[in-house]
Design a protein around this ligand. Structure first.
Ligand code: F3S
Length: 397
């Protein structure tokens, strides 16, 4: 790889041990993927924050990097394993709380902003069109590449941290124009509305892409989409299809920059969507847990939940997962009080997938296709997808 002087100096240890280790990780990655050089990154988002994923081995690596490592660019974290303030009410034990905080302290020592969210683009870690970044959370990677038009590969925990500590990432994959062309054309012949329907569409497209061995879809037939619908779609298509970039006609900024594919065309009708939705509803379901906010709820979604819950009481465990700064806006706006008076709980900094709740509930209802996938695979829950309104109805009935 062609390295600039500062990159060579980092590699030779002139900027300390952590920068050296980071540059070793990045140059190794660059060589594996055939990168010619590094590129400066505007910001970083680090995943693998939950102590449940990190364990002692991960913590040891973090502490080693924190000995002399300091981030060079704006860096935030993915959700942790617990709400850092409300952990006890959400049933997290004291030992997990202490271990999770040991990890967060190590991140903080490196100068990382310890806001734990999978929607960094909603809370200030927001690149603009064309900027290079190094993000790790799959739904956020898909959102930034596709909806914002920024450029990132799907980083792992160590490579994202290495990018943060050097301000660099190897220039390959989605950082290059030639790798941003779509490969399959999807024509949507049905109306798609709401976060759950966009999640269902994401699963359908993701599953088809896996069958075809392709990654980048070009989607036509969606007349409009909100931020919330797009974040749900991104989470779903990234989960089921491993997709880090899509183009949607007249919706995403690069839709007319690259040629529309014509070799593989897939038509999607209402019947296909209904069939996929049915795959996200288990038989013999007993719902004892409702969770909204996957990816982390926006303030718009929280306002909507408050309106739906006003004057009601929930009868089931009901979490709203969001970023701490969004929760603070909800506090100031009075939404938190309405939601908490109804008996629902905020789970800020965390989510129903990364929190250590495996086996605690029988069945979960969500408006997110991604949460269905991990609810089954990781937490062994039965699952049901529904609209936000249907989720609230389930919680209060
Ligand atoms: Fe975010 Fe957790 Fe969903 S990290 S995308 S809320 S599974």
């Amino acid at each position: 790889m062609r390295l600039e002087q500062i990159e060579k100096d980092m590699l030779n240890g002139k900027h300390g041990k952590s920068a050296q280790k980071s540059m070793e990780i990045l140059t190794t990655l660059g060589e594996i993927f055939g990168a010619e050089c590094m590129v400066d990154v505007h910001g970083v988002q680090i995943a693998g924050v939950s102590y449940a994923n990190l364990g002692e081995a991960g913590l040891e690596f973090l502490n080693e990097m924190a000995e002399d490592g300091k981030v060079r660019v704006l860096t935030t974290l993915n959700p942790a394993g617990m709400d850092r303030e409300n952990w006890r009410a959400l049933g997290i034990d004291e030992e997990f709380f202490k271990n999770q905080n040991r990890a967060i302290d190590a991140f903080a020592k490196m100068g990382i902003i310890t806001t734990c969210s999978c929607t960094p683009y909603l809370i200030g870690n927001a690149p603009h069109y064309g900027q290079h970044i190094a993000w790790a959370e799959s739904s956020a990677v898909c959102y930034s590449n596709s909806v914002i038009g920024a450029r990132t590969n799907r980083e792992g925990g160590p490579s994202a941290l290495a990018a943060a500590l050097t301000g660099k990432t190897p220039k390959y994959g989605y950082h290059l124009d030639e790798n941003r062309h779509s490969q399959v054309l999807f024509k949507i012949n049905a109306s798609v509305k709401g976060t759950d329907e966009f999640g269902v569409l994401g699963k359908l497209i993701g599953d088809k892409l896996v069958e075809l061995g392709k990654k980048i879809p070009y989607i036509v037939g969606i007349p409009s989409a909100t931020v919330e619908e797009l974040k749900s779609f991104c989470a779903s298509v990234a989960t089921y299809g491993g997709t880090a970039l899509f183009h949607m006609e007249k919706i995403t900024p690069e839709y007319n920059k690259y040629t529309k594919p014509s070799e593989i065309v897939i038509e999607i009708d209402q019947e296909d969507l209904d069939k996929t939705r049915a795959e996200l509803i288990d038989d013999d379901l007993e719902i004892d847990f409702v969770s909204l906010g996957c990816p982390h709820a926006s303030i718009y979604e929280i306002a909507k939940i408050a309106k739906l819950l006003e004057g009601k009481k929930v009868k089931k465990e009901f979490w709203i997962t969001t970023a701490r700064p969004t929760k603070r806006i909800a506090d100031e706006a009075g939404y938190s009080k309405i939601i908490e008076d109804a008996g629902a709980k905020f789970a800020a900094d965390t989510c129903c997938v990364v929190a250590p709740i495996k086996g605690r509930f029988k069945g979960i209802m969500v408006d997110s296709a991604k949460a269905c996938y991990y609810g089954r695979a990781k937490n062994k829950f039965k699952v049901k997808i529904g609209s936000m309104e249907q989720c609230v109805e389930e919680a209060i009935k």
